[in-house]
Design a protein around this ligand. Structure first.
Ligand code: PGA
Length: 252
């Protein structure tokens, strides 16, 4: 059975004190999650060690990084390797976020290499895909997403695929307050599952967690998560306030 996941992407927000306080507040308000449900927190790199210590007492909450480099090590000033993340007790890494693709010019080939680095160092990958508004308006979003998924993960074998979670994040919905309707989310998630099934088979597709991201908040999370192919969310803005993030966790 596939897992339900609510993941926090703090992006470039919160200093160390603010991060510690937020984790503390989450700890105090965290509901019993039950089987097959988990929470993932992706703070900025500098928080990882501190957050790992704080999460030690929270079995259902897992640590993620927001990025990693595509090479194993070497002269890449300012970068962080997958092996370093693993040594900091990180379990997941977000790869292919639209902000990385756009502002840092991360292309499909680079993202496929990052996926390989993460997996070969024992990390699980939250692989992001999403279309810009121009593509949505042209009605070609299905092929756009299919191409991103093919380029990013279709080189993987069956066993490796088990360590991939997909996050569908329409770019026009990220940080804009404009959420995809539950029907738009369901349609795309079903399409993604079909794309996975065509390459890896129905079982692999049914076991794949596919998260929705883009202006997800307590008021719309329950409706989005009720869609049969939406297995949770990747949450930006609303993950920065304990009350809002806990509301989304409750919706899961
Ligand atoms: P948002 O961001 O929830 O602030 O729209 C989601 C994301 O980019 O992961």
């Amino acid at each position: 059975m596939r897992k339900k996941i609510v993941a926090a992407n703090w992006k470039m927000n919160l200093d160390l004190n603010q991060g510690a306080e937020l984790i503390n507040d989450l700890f105090n308000g965290m509901p019993e999650l039950g089987d097959n449900k988990l929470v993932v927190i992706a703070p900025p790199y500098i928080h990882l060690t501190q957050t790992a210590e704080q999460l030690a007492g929270m079995a259902d909450v897992h640590l993620a990084a927001q990025n990693c480099h595509y090479e194993a090590s070497g002269a890449f000033t300012g970068e962080i390797s997958a092996a370093m993340l693993k040594s900091a007790e990180v379990e997941y890494v977000i790869i292919g976020h639209s902000e990385r693709r756009e502002y840092f010019k991360e292309d499909d080939a680079m993202l496929a290499k990052k996926v390989n680095q993460a997996l070969s160092n024992g990390l699980k990958v939250i692989f992001c895909c999403g279309e810009p508004l121009s593509v949505r308006d042209a009605g070609t979003q299905n092929s756009h997403i299919e191409n991103q998924i093919k380029a990013g993960i279709f080189h993987l074998g069956d066993a490796q695929l088990k360590n991939i979670v997909i996050a569908y994040e329409p770019i026009w919905a990220i940080g804009t307050g404009r959420t995809a309707s539950s029907q738009q989310a369901q349609d795309m998630h079903a399409h993604i599952r079909n794309v996975i099934a065509a390459r890896y088979g129905a079982d692999a597709a049914n076991n794949m967690s596919i998260l929705y991201g883009g202006s997800c908040k307590p008021s719309n999370a329950a409706e989005l998560f009720a869609c049969p192919d939406v297995d949770g969310g990747l949450i930006g803005g609303a993950s920065l306030k304990a009350e809002e993030f806990l509301g989304i966790i409750e919706a899961m």
